[in-house]
Design a protein around this ligand. Sequence first.
Ligand code: PLP
Length: 456
Amino acid sequence: MITISKTRLAELMDRERRRFAAARPKSKALFERAKTSLLEGVPMNWMVKWAGPFPIFVEEAQGAHFVDVDGHRYVDFCLGDTGSMLGHSPAPMADAVASQVRRGITFMLPTEDSIRVGEELARRFGLPFWQIAMTATDANRFAIRLCRAITGRGLILAFNGCYHGSVDETMVTLRDGKAAPKRGSLGPPVDPSLTTRLIEFNDVRALEAALAPRDVACVLAEPAMTNVGIILPDPGYHEALREITRRTGTILIIDETHTICTGPGGYTAAHGLKPDMLTIGKPVASGLPAAAYGISQAVADLIHAKTNVQDSDVSGIGGTLSGNALAMAAMRATLLHVMTPAAYERMIPLASRFAEGVREVIGRAGLPWHVVQLGNRVEYQFRATPPRNGSEAEAAMDPDLDSFLHLYAMNRGILMTPFHNMALVAPDTTTGDVDLHTRVFAEGVDELLGRETASR
Ligand SMILES: Cc1ncc(COP(=O)(O)O)c(C=O)c1O
């Protein structure tokens, strides 16, 4: 079997880090300055997780490309980790925001845009009622809270390897059959096994056993897992999930925040899923902070019976800026004019070209890796076959290899998502962009294996 020498990997990494730093004096200087006022030199802690010795500072972006402060142009396959999945600053959304921003931003009163948003979300996802949050994390938090309120049950069920935002109940990993704090999870408020039952994805027997006691308020699930590489559901898994949740009185929440990559109605519309609730954030307003959660008629009736107007502001649901006029204008424009069937018709074939290119390189090199595509999202993983659950996917992770491939790509004008090996294709991505990635990936692999490559 082909193996990659750790020594060689370390040497190459060292070379690439030096190359990165030498070409980016302005980003380096900005990072030094940033460290004097921003914790770790960044406005949000995830932004330290880049493979280079410092983050790239962005000058400007448009569509599928951006330019850094040192003048380098990049093909962006990270796209703000899905926030800009439909491209940076798409014109219809930018115009709508520019118009609204001068007519008031937030009122604690609705605007007509919110109705158009509710109608469009209902049409796409098949759930009749909608509420707006600022982030997908909040949408998930609110959905969980509502489920607890209406079922009177305390536990939630999630899947090992999941990520649904910084939701305490889901910052967990499976340890000795129980939910334990995920590696890196800071300050968990309580022992997560008190709040969460955690099982592996694609395991129907574990699902039956976890929901049988009828003490779980809701299942929170991505329809295909995307945060531990991509894990597709086994045939029949969603039918089983729906049947068991219904039978045990457990509310089913489908989180479409990433799987909206599948198509305009997400995985839910593409595969005819019938969740009780659905959450979505990130690209739904083209990256402007806004998210939404949808509710079935039956769940809406239960919520209605539990809530009253007087206490609405202290319910633990919602927030001052949620549903603000600017976010509603951005979401309306995104849903009606950006996140369109035509955009997916452009993105998905290009994502297939991306996946095919990576597959060919892996095959030619004889490496035991594989590539998975879900709509306009592509992920390659360091195992020969697609994983069926979080444990299998995590076992194949190799942060050193990730870092090298990311840095190698950045040095050649390509940005991959810094979390595992995920690429997103935007409507403005070109075949030339995709083919550049294939070539650079092939060269990186050749270097790792110590083979001759066309360029350095
Ligand atoms: C599936 C899923 N849900 C929710 C979230 C949370 O999104 P945000 O960080 O924008 O709140 C994420 C973030 O990566 C996610 O992947």
